[in-house]
Design a protein around this ligand. Sequence first.
Ligand code: ZN
Length: 326
Amino acid sequence: MGNPELRRNAMIRALSLTILLFSHLSVAAEGTPQATVEMKLQQVSEHVYYAMGQAGIATDNQGFISNAAAIISQQGVVMVDALGSPSLARSFLEKLRSITDKPVTRVIVTHYHADHIYGLQVFKEQGAEIIGPEGYRDYLEAPIAQQRLAERRQSLAPWVNEQTRLLPPDRVIGQDTRLDLGDVQLEISYLGTAHSEGDLSVLVQPDRVLISGDIIFEGRIPFTGGADTVHWLEVLEGLDQSRLKALIPGHGPAATNPQQTIGLTLRYLRFVRGKMTEAVKEMIPFDEAYEAIDWSDYSNLPAFEATNRRNVYGVYLSLEQEMMGE
Ligand SMILES: [Zn+2]
């Protein structure tokens, strides 16, 4: 290293390595690295904004695959769902700050699935009360919750990491509930076991905007693992959309034509249940039944490859149980 030029280059390299290490350390100390995916808050009505996750599977797009909404009232901001990582929740909060400086007082969790709850700690740190559905324990206290978190700490590193925590609701809702926020009223419907072990939807008044959670998917194959598809269909068929101005699904774009948005989930669930009912009745083995189905109406939708076969198998198994019980 007699050459001064080489020595200088080596010093610059060492210095930039040190800076790099320190910047990583500061991120690690905070525990929430800055998400770098694009996130936009879109206004749906006077009081309602939402961010739309990209259509895809759980580990795509830094985990930003589900939607979250903010309802801005005289009495502060109510979030609906908390996104799939603390980093994403922090991004949302930063965007929110360009719209309002009101505090986030509550987060309503439409259902306890990883892609909607991993950001909860960020809102909790802000002092928000977490409101969740009855039935959340069936997820949160089952081995699956910890197994999934361990798996996501790998597959969604560094966005989901050792600092990412699972938080239960501070307040549990097991029946239809009204929250009065002054200029805004929230009608929270408890939907029972439909898409998950406990589902809530939130109707925002006077805006007439329904935030549905995952009972409605748009623009991708719905995820039906662990679902009660019979009750799910009942819930969808019972939804009165005639008075809605807009609907924000759990995944996919908000719709100003709610009837159309419900269509995909409804059609898909009916199709899968219909086909699998025939198969179970005829005692056709699953693989054979699955291969015989024409999936062309759905196979071009995002998440088809990753989700469809497992979805359909779950429905097959639950139908076997239903029919054995008859
Ligand atoms: Zn979801």
